[in-house]
Design a binder for this molecule. Structure first.
Ligand code: ASP
Length: 416
């Protein structure tokens, strides 16, 4: 009994995940049961996560900005975060493209006759940028439009800092509400081992046999890229720029990775990502700024998937991509992943934008749509890990900057 109590949340989540996979495999012939009696509990858990994610993003970004007290500091953290997010995403697309080119020879060439895919949902790149700016302050909150909520949080947070004395009341209210929602989040996080179990069972029950099907090689290629990206890009940047051992980092963020894997939602995993990143060493104000932003705009796993699937779909249609087309894919997949919402399946919709940008047939998405959830679990896991890596790195870079500044201001007085 005493031992049971000591098991960490990560262990409990792992137990939930493993038990879910076993039960899912057992239910493989009985998908209906999993759908009717298990999936609803997973939906219940996801609803709780969705319930908390809007106030968390709104108040934690505002609190992050308020606690920096200085607009220059917001700028300093902001540009480091954006540069890290953009560079790692571009590297991710390149990894996807390179791996796809390597695997191309052994990819299955699926029949493309009679394919249909509704591509109307794919916006163009400029529209993605325009849509970030809301014309109404309430609508984005009720629609849970994360990019727009981030814009509101940034403007209001900066406004509170600039208002100084007069903004004090608003600042107290925001900080207090942030604390309250963090507590609510804590309660929901305690339920995550059950949530993970209920979410994974129907996925395994429905997809078990499909994994062995014709797309196994493409899925394998995607997962190899996910692992490579984590092992190369995150390990090295966390070590070199964040000064942390990669093992410590991955151990610390493991609960969030498992949650991301089973929920396929970066936004839904955000509460856990915040908790893990802070426990692993990210500064609280930095994590509250970097992570909600990352859960919305930083999607390295999605970028890998989009690069890889573009090449795969092209080869199914007998099209060979040229170098300029590949460059175009790097650019649009980076943008598309920014515009991808942190919810299940969003990356597949944005794949249409990437395909359109290089004139590939959008109906090709139908080739991979059947197993999208399996791609999605891995890509979400990478998306979330990238956010946490950024929080650790920016924390370290800020500490270094502050230490340097402090030593500079001390130096003349020592000499004087
Ligand atoms: N499910 C992914 C996420 O939440 C987005 C995607 O579909 O690629 O991060």
């Amino acid at each position: 009994m005493a031992n049971t109590k000591k098991l960490s949340l990560a262990t409990w989540i792992f137990i939930g995940l493993a038990a879910g996979i076993v039960v899912g495999l057992l239910l493989m012939g009985n998908v209906e049961f999993a759908d009717n009696y298990i999936r609803p509990f997973g939906t219940l858990f996801l609803n709780l996560l969705k319930l908390i994610v809007v106030p968390i993003v709104l108040f934690s970004i505002m609190t992050g900005i308020i606690s920096m007290k200085d607009i220059r500091m917001v700028g300093s953290i902001g540009w480091k975060t954006i540069v890290y997010y953009l560079c790692t995403t571009a590297v991710a697309v390149v990894i996807g493209l390179v791996a796809a080119s390597v695997f191309k020879g052994i990819f299955p060439v699926l029949s493309v006759s009679g394919l249909e895919y509704e591509a109307a949902a794919a916006p163009n790149a400029l529209q993605v940028i325009i849509d970030i700016f809301p014309s109404n302050i309430i609508a984005p909150l009720t629609a849970a439009n994360m990019l727009q909520i981030i814009v509101i949080a940034l403007f209001v947070g900066i406004g509170i800092v600039l208002a100084g004395e007069k903004g004090q009341l608003a600042s107290n209210v925001v900080e207090s509400l942030n604390e309250v929602f963090m507590k609510v989040m804590g309660i929901i996080i305690k339920l995550s081992p059950f949530g993970v179990f209920f979410l994974i069972v129907p996925v395994v029950a429905a997809n078990g046999p499909t994994i062995l099907g014709s797309l196994a090689l493409v899925l394998l290629a995607a997962y190899i890229c996910y692992v490579l990206h984590a092992a190369i890009v995150y390990s090295s940047t966390v070590k070199l720029m964040g000064g942390m051992s990669p093992i410590k980092f991955f151990k610390g963020v493991l609960p969030a990775m498992m949650m991301a894997f089973s929920s396929a939602s970066s936004a839904g995993t955000l509460p856990l990502t915040l908790e893990c990143a802070e426990k692993t060493g990210a500064r609280k104000d930095i994590a509250s700024f970097v992570l909600p932003l990352g859960a919305t705009i930083n999607m390295d796993g999605t970028a890998i998937y989009q690069g890889l699937c573009s090449v795969f779909i092209a080869s199914c249609f007998g099209i060979s991509l040229t170098f300029p087309q590949m460059l175009m894919i790097v650019l649009t997949a980076t943008l598309a992943s920014i515009g991808t919402a942190g919810v299940p399946g969003a990356g597949m919709i944005m794949l249409a934008m990437v395909l359109q940008s290089v004139g590939l047939p959008v109906e090709g998405i139908a080739l991979v749509a059947g197993v999208d959830r399996i791609f999605d679990m891995g890509r979400t896991c990478i998306n979330v890990t990238g956010d946490a890596a950024c929080a650790i790195i920016v924390t370290r870079l800020e500490e270094k900057r502050l230490a340097k500044k402090a030593s500079k201001t001390q130096a003349p007085s020592v000499g004087a």
